[in-house]
Design a protein around this ligand. Structure first.
Ligand code: GDP
Ligand code: MG
Length: 719
């Protein structure tokens, strides 16, 4: 019973009463390895009604003088943190409320005081509290202009020293039920309640539910509140204070019934503690004297482990230990994840690179890996590397869909005028499905591509009225020809019809250049995870890359020029097939109205193949029926249509083969082949050092990461 503990200057014995030595040792070891900030350590919070003795209890338990007494009733949360440090001092500061205005935040954060020891703190406490009240804007007799009764700012007292034990203790304002006219409002009440809830819902918090023994426990709201946030009752301790104020025997018996678990039982039970009373003289209120009370009836009949601050401390020490232990496995998992991450970062930095030999080897290895990715990407063999999980590395797939889009856009939109449909010619409808044109592409992440990227990705649809247009061409460019369609006339019509080829081709090239460039940058990042080196390699490649993209664009523009500006010509039999088919179909259509059937009773009627005929003189009338101009116009149209089809197909194929495939993908000057081991071997030592050399930044980073990995490994060992 009666504890032998004597309050000391620090409030703690050398034995570190609240956290066991073994755990303290572990925590210390972790802190020296910089793992401290990842340790969510448990905290104690005293909650209860106003004047129930919360501040007094915390003082009794920890030995830190908390401001207590009626008039100093807590108007904000006070957090006392103990931290192990080589130097002994006490730092006082204010943590601003989360939603503080910038102005308020600045003013409270500016507040800071440093004390040498508890004695100095105790001596200066009243003055400090006055300053804090002014700072937070709390209305008190000494600060009548303050705007608040309560504040959500937190007064933080950090006690540092070589023997401190990382305990955090929080004293919150009491929950009050009756409002004092002119001082506390409904709002204040809700705010204090929320403040209390914020603390007790944290699973690291041990809730000391403070209940004055001289008040009926049934009136104490705090037990219900604690139960709401600690459902299993694993963290809530009932602490009965002020037993000395009880005079009636029945009242004492009722309190004993609580402690014995016979009334309103709590999972972790009730403790009974006597704090320093308001009228107690500092000198004759030594704890051992105060606790003499418990030798008297009826308290002497209670079990020792429930009576006095010594017993409470033993229980708290176990509980804090349990909560710390529960935290350790979680910390261990977090440390493991951090270790994996740090190792990856370290790997990304690669081996140390001081000599040019080391640098060349390092860079050549990156280039080799890069070329491996290039080969896999060109073969669309995406199973070869995990890197291809990133869709943008699937280069050939991107090129194929760009090319399909190019082909479709070409079939649907490339001609200036819509050709007249010829029934039975087929293929005219084939392009009606699929996207109408390229969709807008965002290349802003790659400003280096500059003018190579088109700005306008849209294409106008072909216009109607081709016959009218052809008539003008015919009228304006008639020469002395025997036939109706002169090569010059056809050339001029074709030029007019293919005006959009250049724009569409530029769009297609933009899209493929972007795909290739994205691939190169991303693949490079994949094989060289060090952002500094990645940046430097990309920087040294960029001008050569751009010039190879420009070559591809130039090549495509040459094809546009050749196709659209030269005399139309083809050896493709498909052109003649088309022409003849067109003529035959037209003839058939013109003859249709003149078809006659053989009389029903004619002997030939038995053979269904010859039951229809056209008289030869009718054929003549059909052919002669057309005026010269009309005939010529149709001739130009049909020739143009047959040729356009052949030329467009040829063009689309060649743009892909000669510009995209040859210049951008698999040709000997492909930008994909640029960053290779050969390129690395060709670098002179200075250039090499500027790319692969280590600056202080990288050396430092490696050293830091190496230490971090070592620390983490050791920390995991410790746990
Ligand atoms: P809080 O508002 O809950 O923080 O309560 P305080 O700790 O400020 O205590 C209110 C008053 O009750 C103070 O005057 C304390 O001295 C007094 N008090 C607290 N605990 C005890 C106790 O165990 N016995 C006696 N006699 N007085 C106590
Ligand atoms: Mg208090």
């Amino acid at each position: 019973m009666g504890s032998t503990f004597k309050e000391q200057e620090s409030g703690f014995t050398d034995e570190n009463i609240l956290i066991s030595h073994d755990r303290l040792f572990k925590i210390d070891q972790l802190r020296t390895r910089n793992i401290g900030k990842y340790l969510p350590l448990p905290q104690l919070v005293a909650v209860g009604d106003q004047s129930s003795g919360k501040s007094s209890l915390l003082e009794t338990v920890t030995g830190i003088p908390f401001p207590r007494g009626q008039e100093l009733c807590t108007r904000y949360a006070t957090q006392i943190t103990h931290r192990r440090d080589n130097d002994s001092f006490i730092a006082v500061s204010i943590i601003p409320k989360p939603w503080a205005s910038a102005e308020h935040k600045e003013s409270v954060e500016a507040y800071s005081r440093q004390m040498n020891d508890t004695a100095q703190l105790q001596a200066e406490f009243p003055a400090i509290l006055d300053e804090v009240n002014i700072c937070m804007g709390i209305r008190t007799p000494r600060n009548p202009t303050g705007q608040y009764t309560f504040s959500e700012d937190v007064l933080k007292i950090e006690k540092c020293g070589p023997n401190e034990d990382y305990l955090t203790v929080i004293d919150v304002p009491g929950i009050f039920r009756t409002m004092t006219e002119g001082i506390t409002t409904e709002n204040d009440k809700a705010m204090v309640r929320n403040m209390v809830i914020e603390y007790i819902k944290d699973p690291r918090t041990i809730i000391l539910a403070v209940l004055p023994a001289n008040v009926d426990v049934a009136t104490q709201e705090i037990l219900a509140l604690a139960e709401q946030y600690d459902k299993a009752g694993e963290r809530t301790l009932g602490v009965l204070t002020k037993p000395d104020l009880l005079k009636e025997r029945s009242a004492k018996a009722s309190v004993c019934a609580l402690v014995l678990g016979n009334r309103k039982p709590l999972n972790l039970g009730y403790y009974i503690v006597r704090n320093r009373g308001g009228d107690d003289d500092e000198d004759d209120s030594e704890l051992s004297n105060r606790e003499d009370l418990f030798r008297q009836h009826p308290w002497c009949n209670l079990p020792d482990e429930r009576v006095g601050v010594g017993a409470l401390r033993v229980r708290l020490r176990d509980l804090l230990g349990e909560i710390t232990d529960q935290a350790f496995p979680i910390i261990r998992t977090e440390l493991r994840d951090m270790l994996v991450e740090s190792k990856a970062q370290l790997d990304a930095l690669g081996a140390s690179r001081k000599t040019s030999g080391e640098q060349r080897q390092y860079l050549a290895a990156i280039a080799a890996k890069f070329q491996e990715l290039v080969r896999a990407a060109l073969d669309a063999d995406y199973s070869r590397s995990k890197a291809f999980k990133d869709g943008e590395l699937r280069l050939i797939t991107a090129i194929v869909s760009a090319t399909e889009c190019f082909d479709l856009t070409f079939k649907r939109l490339s001609s200036t005028y819509l050709f007249v449909k010829q029934e039975g010619l087929g293929e005219d409808d084939e392009a009606l499905e699929g996207p109408a044109s390229f969709t807008n592409v965002d290349s802003s992440a790659y400003p280096e591509l500059g003018d190579l990227m088109v700005k306008d990705w849209s294409t106008k649809p072909p216009m109607n009225g081709i016959m009218g247009w052809l008539e003008t061409i015919h009228r304006d460019s008639r020469g002395i020809t025997l036939g109706n369609v002169s090569p010059a006339m056809l050339a001029s019509a074709f030029r007019g019809q293919s005006i959009k080829w250049e724009t569409i081709t530029k769009q297609y090239l933009s899209l493929t250049i972007l795909a290739v460039h994205k691939f190169i940058i991303k693949a490079l990042y994949n094989v060289c995870r060090c952002p500094i080196v990645h940046q430097r390699i990309a920087g040294s490649l960029v001008s050569e890359l751009i010039s190879s993209y420009e070559k591809a664009m130039k090549q495509a523009m040459l094809l546009v020029e050749v196709e659209t500006q030269r005399k139309p010509y083809t050896l493709n039999h498909y052109f003649n097939d088309n022409m003849q088919k067109t003529r035959a179909l037209k003839m058939k259509n013109q003859l249709m109205p003149h078809v006659e059937s053989i009389a029903m009773d004619h002997p030939l009627r038995e053979n269904p193949e010859v039951c229809q005929y056209v008289r030869p003189e009718k054929i003549l009338s059909v052919v002669e029926n057309k005026g010269n101009a009309e005939y010529a116009r149709e001739e130009i149209h049909d020739t143009l249509r047959a040729y356009y089809k052949v030329a467009a197909k040829r063009f689309v194929d060649y743009v892909y083969y000669l510009a995209v495939d040859h210049c951008l993908l698999s040709g000997p000057d492909s930008p994909l082949l640029l960053f290779s081991e050969k390129w690395v071997l060709g670098l002179d030592d200075r250039k090499l050092a500027s790319i692969a050399g280590e600056n202080q930044q990288i050396t430092d980073r490696r050293a830091k990461l190496e230490k971090k990995v070592r620390d983490l490994k050791e920390a995991i060992e410790i746990l």
